[in-house]
Design a protein around this ligand. Structure first.
Ligand SMILES: [Fe+2]
Length: 160
């Protein structure tokens, strides 16, 4: 921990930084999954999905930055290397043997929803810990993820 004039108690900051780093690992894993989908999707909806998955990847990169920088603002170290993501991320490995738009939408919406569930729980835990700003940050990310789940799932909810 680094000294800081931030007035949140150190015990609160330590707890929050720990969860931020867990979620950072998940977010990094999730971003690589969105790119995996972007590169490998095929089929009649290719161009729409190819662009959507890239937009999702870009949005997740912004969430990654928000999470990592919050950990540093609180006096911690952002542990955002690929190695940390592999060690800590809770997401299931992304399937490498799929190609259809339907399969990628299924896989990526599941990954987004898993991440969204964890972030939604983080809103309450940060609030209970007395850090309303981190709760707000998680709320922003959670709202974004809900939108991406919708965008991806919409491709599965009616026939072409
Ligand atoms: Fe690309």
């Amino acid at each position: 921990m680094f000294p800081t004039k931030n007035d949140l108690p150190e015990s609160t900051r330590v707890t929050i930084i720990e969860t931020l780093n867990l979620r950072l690992a998940d977010a990094i894993a999730l971003q690589t999954q969105a790119k995996q989908a972007h590169w490998n999707v095929k089929g009649p909806h290719f161009i729409g999905l190819h662009k959507l998955f890239d937009e999702i990847s870009d949005a997740i990169l912004e969430y990654i930055d928000l999470i990592a920088e919050r950990a540093v603002q609180l006096g911690g170290v952002a542990e955002g290397t690929a190695k940390m993501a592999v060690q800590r991320a809770q997401l299931k490995p992304y399937p490498l043997n799929i190609s259809s738009g339907k399969d990628h939408c299924e896989a990526l919406s599941s990954a987004l929803a898993t991440f969204g569930k964890a972030v939604r729980a983080d809103i309450d835990s940060a609030d209970k810990a007395g850090d309303k700003d981190t709760a707000d940050l998680y709320t922003e990310i959670s709202r974004g993820i809900d939108q991406w789940v919708w965008f991806v799932e919409a491709h599965l909810q009616a026939d072409a």
